[in-house]
Design a protein around this ligand. Structure first.
Ligand code: UT7
Length: 317
């Protein structure tokens, strides 16, 4: 049987930092409110001439170097993003061109903050069925481009960034299981009401934060059980939690569910804010590079986002 395993990780953050103090000058908010309610202290913002594919490119180059492969070895590119450079072609195709490779298939996945979990699941299935051997999986978003910086209810959350992994065929797991879900009935609670086919006067993020928060905690609680049961594992078998970085209080609730100390949870929300599809691969890359996550560790990644979509991936790193 063929499994897939992460051979290398990479990430990239734009240079410009937007602090809570900066936001105090833009909307009626305080550093104290933002830190207490979200855990966020700062976020990175892409330059005006820097696009999602650029962020994805830098993260991919770092992942390719970490996996010690050549770009030509990649036989599939999947980019999870809600903020593509263009309506079309896909950001994955633009990334492929930037990487100087032109033979492999490339496509985008849209599952908002759950995008990276969806993309990793898709890549795993391509590898398991023998359709691909070396997949570049990217989560990249420029959320600042769809943020209304006069709306204090959610502008304090979002940041820009990208993370990437190289997923390779392996005789050993690797990816132990993945679980993805969606429920479109709640679309209006978290959305951008305007798009390509349907125009609306509002083309920035609209969110009923408190309702989303409650649903996220409840749903992530359930997905922890689903993932552990599928693998016959106990809570104590999980070495690291690498969650989607939406709000420190949501991370704390999932850690509590796992009876896990916060020092086993990879937290980047304070420095990155919510970077949507990029947040999990960014956090994973941070914890791999600083030596916290090591080969053989059981790592649980989970996410909840617009759609609603949610999911988890359990890996033996
Ligand atoms: O990644 C995708 C999934 N997304 C999420 O999971 C996000 C989930 N939601 C959240 O993280 C939180 O709901 C927020 C951080 C967005 C908001 O926190 P909250 O604790 O749910 O606050 P709230 O919306 O219930 O608002 C509480 C109060 C309100 O004032 P009153 O009515 O109590 O007087 C708001 O007007 O806080 C006020 N408020 C603010 N005050 C200062 C809302 N935003 C701000 C702000 N600064 N930026």
């Amino acid at each position: 049987m063929t499994f897939s395993r992460i051979a290398g990780t990479g990430s990239y953050l734009p240079e410009k930092i937007l602090t809570n103090k900066d936001l105090e000058q833009m909307v009626d908010t305080t550093d104290e409110w933002i830190v207490t309610r979200t855990g966020i202290k700062q976020r990175h913002i892409a330059a005006t001439d820097e696009f999602t594919s650029d962020l994805a490119y830098h993260a991919s180059i770092n992942a390719i170097a970490s996996a010690k492969i050549n770009p030509e070895d990649i036989d599939l590119i999947i980019v999870a993003t809600t903020t593509p450079d263009l309506t079309f072609p896909s950001t994955a195709c633009l990334l492929q061109e930037k990487l100087g490779i032109n033979k492999c298939p490339a496509f985008d996945i849209q599952a908002v903050c759950s995008g990276f979990v969806y993309a990793l699941t898709t890549a795993d299935n391509f590898i398991k069925t023998g359709s691909a051997k070396c997949v570049l999986v990217v989560g990249a978003d420029t959320m600042s481009r769809i943020t209304d910086y006069t709306d204090r209810s959610n502008c304090i959350l979002w940041g820009d960034g990208a993370g990437a992994v190289i997923l390779q065929a392996s005789i050993e797991p690797g990816m132990l299981s993945s679980h993805i879900h969606a429920d479109g009935r709640h679309a209006k609670l978290l959305c951008v009401p305007s798009g390509v086919s349907k125009k609306d006067s509002k083309s920035t993020i609209s969110m009923e934060g408190n309702a989303v928060f409650k649903m996220a905690v409840k749903t992530l609680d359930a997905i922890v059980d689903e993932t552990l049961n599928a693998n016959g594992m106990q809570k104590s078998d999980i070495n690291w939690l690498v969650p989607h970085q939406a709000n420190i209080r949501i991370l704390q609730a999932t850690a509590k569910k796992l009876h896990m100390d916060m020092d086993r949870v990879v937290v980047t929300v304070d420095k990155h804010g919510n970077t949507s599809a990029a947040s999990i691969p960014l956090a994973l890359d941070c914890a791999v590079r600083d030596g916290r996550i090591n080969r053989g560790d059981n790592v649980l990644m989970e996410a909840f986002g617009g759609g609603f979509t949610w999911g988890s991936v359990l890996i033996r790193y």
